[in-house]
Design a protein around this ligand. Sequence first.
Ligand SMILES: [Zn+2]
Length: 453
Amino acid sequence: MSNAFKHDFSDQVPAHKSRTRLPKTKGLKIPHLHLPSPRWYPLFGALAGFIFILLFIGGAGQDARARMSIEHTEWLTADVSTVNNQSPQERLVRVQSGDNAVSVLTRLGFTRTDAHYIVNAAKSSYKLKNINIGNAFKRIDSNSGTDVFYNIDAKKQLYLHQNSGESNWQSKIQKRQILTRHRLATGAIHGSLFASAEKAGMDQRTTMNLVEIFAWDIDFARDIRSGDSFRVVYEERFDDEGNMLESSIFAAEFVNQGKKFESVRYLNAKGKVDYYTPDGKGMQKTYLKAPVKFSRISSRFRTKRKHPILGYTRAHRGVDYAAPSGTPIHALGNGRIKFKGWKSGYGRFILIQHNTREHSTAYAHMRSFARGIKKGTYVKQGQVIGYVGMSGLATGPHLHFEFRSRGRAVNPLTVKLKHPSAPVPKSEMAHFRQQTAPLMGMLKDATHDQSWG
Ligand SMILES: [Zn+2]
């Protein structure tokens, strides 16, 4: 059955999209980024688990050809364009098996004589005998001369420069450049969240971050509807090869079924970053809105339905999250594992007793339990406790979830959550407003200030 899912999703989130390369954008000048198709396996590999999740997220919606009302804006910080040259010629090649520095440099268009000369010139800074397969060499020819870069590792590079009209090269080791891009993305949902966010130009990592920020307010697995909308001000950081390093949201708005949620990032006096509502309330609550981040379809909490296997009508006192087998299941809140094991129709089952004592949450039909989860274990909110499966009485992989109050399953929507995370301290409110007001302003206003950085 997991194959069926794969077929559904592959056409919506192509694998190459998951590499989070800097998208080519009209009017965006980044001289360092006109590269041939790269292979950046280390980054790709590090994101493998993440991408696994993303491969089915695209399928969470109903319409592969999601139509969008998009409006997005982007601008760059001043430090991005360091080559003040009209049209520098740039080439990038990667070290292949059997290569030496000379063979790579000749692929960049240098003669063998020049290549030897460059290797010699580099010696005082870095011995080009030590080059690694997959690492990039880059050549930039501009009015001022020729630059050669060899990316030694993720942080540093060998830099060689030859002034035009001269024959000698200077070499040094330097930090690799980081490119920062600030964007405002806005869109409405027609289809899946991920398809819609992608149409708005958002990288999947940014969308994930958006989901994380509102995880206490919005059930992204069940409650996203066509017509929901979002606005996000964020920063992307890229390395000099165009690979995204990270994406951070500064301010975000999500309108879910007519209800507006807003959040803004704040760096507090102690140097800690967290998200708050625009008036300084904490985003976190006692319970997450959902135990899975994404799902395909859902059955709502109700008291009667026909059991799909047993055939007779029996109360369904929970919420089903149909999700691909293996989807991580997160503890809704802090608590202790009260039961872990096989429980007849529930299959592999976990019951968490939450700190309030009054509340517990139940998770059924798991394929497997997460490592280290035992009866009596204390788990934290958001911690992965197991993976979606179809153990017990289930026709397909899904999570059967129950929120229980004093042992009885209740509709989680009716549970009032009274314990939001700590607000911004009164003493910091002035600072909070000063820092976040411009971000909220950018969120509201599509005509942005170019100099913002
Ligand atoms: Zn169920």
